[in-house]
Design a protein around this ligand. Structure first.
Ligand code: PEP
Length: 249
């Protein structure tokens, strides 16, 4: 049985005060959940948020990680530094990183490999653009993004991370994939990994991301291959985020 995961991606939002307030409002609502909950604040708030999360069931995650070992890489943050601050998870290959910062499949695969080597659990984001979906290329795109990681790290390592299917057209747009549309791609992802190793595929958590709210989370999480969510906008308001966590159970 796969434990569901609901992870909040705060992106580049908030302030020190609002980060503290958000954690303070989330913590009282997470007791008794069977699902795992994580929050991924901006780098500069990781230490503060991590301290507030200590002893709670909520895990800490980062939104990005350097491909390199620590060294002369101005402005980058290395995986051991994230471990130092108590991070369990790190998001790699978010579509904003791919689209706005030119991260290639190969670079994302390197970051995935590096994160795992340093004891972090990477959350690998994959997903197609609207024009790719409209052209019928969804599976081809998702397969290419997955295969980059499979080639670099191997299927056993893919099983040590988490995959998040995030159709780019659904991110921050208010336009969610229907549960059926999402399930179709989740089943494709699991099937493709099963082609390498059925037991890894069976145990792998595949999250859905893209305009998830309390109101649509129940339908999405009811799908057999959807194991939770990666939540952007709705993770910035404690009530909205907690509604999603409760939907995960
Ligand atoms: C995301 O950025 O990972 C995301 C899913 O954003 P939103 O929930 O705002 O669509």
């Amino acid at each position: 049985m796969r434990q569901r995961l609901v992870a909040g991606n705060w992106k580049m939002n908030g302030s020190l005060a609002s980060a503290r307030a958000l954690v303070g409002a989330i913590l009282p609502g997470v007791g008794g959940l069977k699902s795992e909950v994580a929050v991924c604040p901006p780098y500069v708030y990781l230490e503060t948020v991590g301290a507030l999360l200590k002893g709670s069931p909520v895990a800490l995650g980062a939104q990005n990680v350097a491909r390199e070992d620590p060294g002369a890489f101005t402005g980058e943050i290395a995986a051991p530094m994230l471990r130092d601050l108590g991070c369990k998870y790190v998001i790699v290959g978010h579509s904003e990183r791919r689209a706005l910062y030119g991260e290639s499949d190969a670079l994302v695969a390197e970051k995935y490999w590096r994160a795992l080597r340093e004891g972090l659990v990477p959350i690998l984001c994959v997903g197609e653009l609207l024009e790719e979906r409209d052209a019928g290329h969804t599976e081809q795109v998702v397969a290419r993004q997955l295969d980059a990681v499979l080639t670099r790290s191997g299927v056993a390592d893919l099983g040590r991370g988490v995959v998040a299917y995030e159709p780019v057209w659904a991110i921050g747009t208010g336009r969610t994939a229907t549960p059926e549309q999402a399930q179709e791609v989740h089943a494709f992802i699991r099937g493709r990994i099963a082609g390498h190793d059925p037991s890894v595929a069976a145990g792998l958590r595949i999250l859905y991301g893209g305009s998830v709210k309390g109101s649509n989370a129940v339908g999405l999480f009811a799908m057999p291959d959807i194991d939770g969510g990666l939540i952007g906008g709705a993770s910035l308001l404690a009530e909205d985020f907690l509604a999603i966590c409760r939907a995960a159970g």
